[in-house]
Design a protein. Structure first.
Length: 552
């Protein structure tokens, strides 16, 4: 591999600034324009508010040499307890780790790139695509490249735009002489910085500020991507987990009353979101953050140095309830006017967007707490996760939807599997079902079932690089079937390029349609099937949670 970082790399005039390519990988033929500012630094009085466009700064050429990562936070359960619990589960051994989170150190992110001034994006573009756009004559619209805009996952509290290498996916899009796709990834604020909400923030700031970050980033793409050879009319947003959950909210933003979306297609992989509609609960989370900062108002918090806010965020998120992350999108009555499931049911979403939606067969196992080993684990989980629900709703969950019968007929043969199915339904696969059902004649869908088929396990397949390093070293998250990786990449790239997911190596995806058809990606077989999420449980969850609009 030979990467050129010479000073003679091309410069793009963005109007508000001049930005030079950071590198050219001469092996893959990809330019990387790194760390392009797309917003004013969200500091001081701009904290906890929607972002503003960047100010003009043409005094020098920007090279993007300084990496940018938004402040991060990691729950103690995910760092220390979950790995031990999963190991005991898969090896059928006893679990004896301490569940007292105070006995573990607070995980601190030491990445030197971390800064509140983090609203930057990267553009990775094939050299052929970029050079064609730099020619003397304008490129016909039909020759502009389709664009993918990637939102990273990470529970809404960790992650950054440079977390994956898109070169394998781009290379797959260049088959049969095609020029390939342009890849854009953007940072959005995390934890308290991006998701602080509640009554007070609604009056003195902007709940769901991170959703506004994403929207402003998409606006940047529509305004500037032609300068790189991209087609602003062929934008596909893509995300996994929290990134995909974000897309769920972008599809239903403002009840789709603010004109068409800033994208034409969406790829949602395991859309992750636990319904958060209780503004009193949001307010208490906000108050807890202020107490950790030792201040009493939003404005006082805005005057503090970054390191104090970063430390308080890390401390608050570290003590998150097992399987949760404290922060994430909330129903705010404006950007998120209602639960997305209800907005989708009522038709209050952008119907023009084409959908490719996927989830794994065993989404929630890694978020299932050790208490689920016991027969009363589900009741304990309900009391902890959903204290606001009625006794009648609890009874429906415990005895009707997920009865305490371990014969496999209800989808589980152990207490752990029972609790895991509940979390999978509420936080993952029913989100997929609601999208698929709403867009049924404009959606394609797959289910990833290569064992153990846990959450995120299709991600290494999505970004597979032949002969390259795996995304993570954990053996559970490795590509075990290269052909499936190529087929999945074919589905994604052909969808981005043509709107129809196909592969020369496997069957084409069918429209989801009235028969609820999905493609099952297994280790030894890829075949069409009925959506396992199309069931009475997901129908129930579409309208089960209620909240008072007047409280928002």
């Amino acid at each position: 591999m030979h990467i050129s970082t010479a000073s003679n790399l091309p410069v793009v005039d963005l109007g508000y600034e001049l930005h030079q390519a950071f590198s050219l990988d001469e092996t893959t033929g990809l330019y990387n324009f790194s760390n392009i500012r797309y917003a004013t630094p969200p500091l001081g009085n701009l904290r906890f508010r929607a972002p503003l466009p960047p100010k003009v700064n043409r005094s020098e050429v920007q090279t993007g040499a300084a990496g940018r990562v938004c402040p991060q936070a990691t729950p103690i359960w995910s760092r220390y307890i979950m790995p031990q619990f999963l190991k005991s589960y898969f090896t059928n051994s006893s679990f004896n780790a301490s569940l007292d989170i105070s006995s573990y150190p607070v995980p601190l992110q030491q990445d030197p790139r971390i800064s509140e001034d983090c609203l930057f994006l990267d553009v990775v573009v094939p050299q052929k695509v970029f050079d064609r756009a730099r020619g003397k004559s304008p490129v016909p619209k039909e020759n502009l490249a389709p664009v993918i805009v990637y939102f990273y996952g990470g529970g809404y509290v960790v992650g950054d735009k440079s977390g994956v290498n898109p070169s394998g996916l781009i290379q797959r899009s260049q088959q049969q002489g095609k020029y390939g796709i342009i890849y854009v990834s953007l940072n959005y604020r995390l934890g308290a910085f991006g998701w602080l909400a509640g009554h007070t923030v609604a009056r003195q700031g902007t709940p769901n500020a991170a959703l506004h970050d994403q929207r402003l980033g998409l606006t940047w793409v529509t305004q500037n991507i032609h300068l790189f050879g991209g087609d602003a009319g062929r934008i596909t947003v893509m995300g996994v987990s929290a990134g995909s959950g974000s897309i769920l909210h972008q599809l239903t933003a403002y009840k789709a009353l603010q004109g068409p979306s800033l994208f034409q297609q969406a790829i949602l992989q395991s859309p992750a979101w636990e319904p958060n509609h209780d503004t009193d609960k949001q307010e208490e989370t906000f108050r807890q953050y202020l107490r950790l900062l030792n201040v009493s108002t939003v404005n006082e918090a805005r005057q503090l140095p970054s390191e104090k806010l970063i430390a308080a965020n890390a401390l608050q998120v570290s003590s998150s309830l097992y399987g949760t992350f404290t922060y994430g999108p909330v129903v705010d009555g404006i950007f998120v006017p209602d639960l997305p499931s209800k907005l989708l049911l009522r038709g209050e979403f952008d119907h023009r967007v084409k959908i490719l939606n996927g989830h794994t067969m065993n989404e929630a196992l890694m978020y299932t707490p050790p208490s689920s080993l016991q027969g009363d684990g589900l009741r304990a989980l309900i009391d902890e996760h959903f204290p606001e629900i009625s006794e009648n709703m609890k009874d429906v969950m415990l005895n009707v939807l997920y009865p305490p019968i371990l014969d496999g007929k209800h989808g589980y043969q152990s207490w752990v599997e029972r609790v895991s199915l509940v979390l999978s339904d509420i936080c993952f696969q029913c989100n997929s079902y609601h999208v698929n059902h709403a867009y049924k004649n404009n959606a394609y869908s797959y289910v990833f079932s290569i064992p153990p088929a846990m959450h995120w396990m299709d991600h290494p397949y999505t970004f597979y690089i032949q002969g390259g390093k795996p995304i993570v070293e954990n053996p559970l998250f490795q590509v075990t079937n290269e052909t499936v990786a190529f087929i999945l990449q074919d589905y994604l790239t052909s969808f981005i390029q043509t709107g129809k997911p196909t592969s020369p190596l496997g069957p084409a995806l069918e429209i989801y349609g009235p028969k609820n058809r999905v493609m099952n990606l297994g280790s030894d077989k890829i075949t069409g099937m009925s959506d396992p999420a199309s069931n009475a449980r997901c129908v129930y969850w579409q309208t089960a949670f209620n909240f008072d609009h007047d409280d928002v």
